[in-house]
Design a protein around this ligand. Structure first.
Ligand code: SD4
Length: 337
């Protein structure tokens, strides 16, 4: 038997664990989301339905305060949402960025995919589109998000994501004026607690793949900011001929490297999912050694992996897996490097 065949048939399963389809993987320990997506696949639903249902479960449960309504308010105190969904069979994508007043961001993303010829809608216009498609408009503010905002105002609007601006002299709060002399501001250290996007990948039993994300982004972001989560190839990517990946972390940095796209392309060349995930993280690390982020990857045989960048307070990344291996979703972890 040739050596490569020995590796893939005998050694590979030992090193990378059992693989089977169907499969659901998602970022963080969002178990109910995994369970919801898995139930869809078990009842014969599509990978796309599984991803939408799983991500929506997190939106409804406000997973970690980072998904759905009432979390991470922007500088004006409003919670705005980013989401995307991708069909790996057709390569269709629907995405929304800076969505306001609509809770079900991934539902609106799917409506963009299925009811327009566009890929992404943003801001107020995305909300108007959603309302026209029958989504209910409601205030996304909660007592918790209001409290986060109030505390931030009391603390003179610190920290914030501005650089090279002159603050209002009495308080370091908006409105700001541009500062003529540009200085380097160190990137705001990652607040790990405010970064818990759900990124989900689902494969049905025939190997049809879908991926999706949903998040309310970063606390105190500049209004209008859209992160990596709704950006194709950054937040997630799916191709039923190669595999799928989804990312979480500091989107302002991560989106510059399209890590999900890179990981899928590496798996297309035959690289195993753990190595592909690691390579996607390394590419970012080369430029931003301290960035906060992680990625999950899976290939067409159902092998999966994950990788994360080691920074203070983030040494291990947790993610959830459901496949034939067990009746309930399994919590997996990977050591960051
Ligand atoms: C963002 N990537 O908006 C998102 C935040 C996040 O895990 O992942 N968190 O930058």
């Amino acid at each position: 038997m040739p050596t490569s065949l020995i590796f893939f048939t005998l050694i590979c399963p030992l090193v990378f664990g059992k693989a089977s389809l169907p499969l659901v993987i998602n970022t963080w320990n969002f178990k109910n989301a995994t369970e919801a997506a898995w139930a869809v696949l078990q009842s014969g639903g599509s990978a796309l339905d599984a991803v939408e249902t799983g991500c929506n479960r997190c939106q409804e449960e406000q997973c970690d305060g980072s998904v759905g309504y009432g979390g991470n308010p922007d500088e004006s105190g409003e919670t705005t949402l980013d989401a995307m969904i991708m069909n790996g069979n057709t390569m269709e994508v629907g995405a929304v960025g800076d969505l306001r007043r609509i809770k079900n961001a991934i539902g609106v993303a799917r409506a963009v995919m299925e009811h327009t010829q566009h890929t992404m809608l943003v801001g107020e216009s995305a909300s108007v589109f959603a309302e026209n498609m029958g989504f209910i408009a409601e205030d996304l503010t909660t007592i918790k998000s209001l409290d986060i905002f109030t505390q931030w105002l009391k603390g003179n609007c610190q920290p914030n994501y501005r650089k090279n601006v002159l603050p209002n002299p009495s308080k370091s709060c908006p409105p700001y004026k541009p500062q003529v002399k540009l200085e380097q501001k160190k990137q705001l250290p990652a607040d790990i607690r405010s970064h818990d996007t759900i990124g989900m990948i689902a494969f049905d039993q025939y190997g049809h793949v879908a991926a999706g994300t949903s998040t309310n982004g970063l606390t105190h972001k500049v209004p209008g900011r859209v992160g990596d989560s709704p950006i194709v190839g950054a937040g997630a990517y799916a191709d039923s001929l190669a595999g799928a990946a989804a990312a979480t972390g500091d989107g302002d940095i991560m989106m510059r490297f399209l890590p999900s796209y890179l990981a899928v392309e590496l798996m297309r060349t035959g690289m195993d999912p753990s190595a592909a995930c690691k390579m996607a993280i390394s590419r970012i690390k080369r430029h931003y050694a301290d960035f906060f982020g992680a990625i999950i990857c899976a290939n067409l045989t159902g092998h999966y992996g994950a990788a994360c960048n080691k920074v203070d307070g983030f040494l291990q990344f947790h993610y959830m897996v459901s496949n034939g291996e067990s009746d309930a979703p399994l919590l997996k972890s990977v050591d960051c490097f």
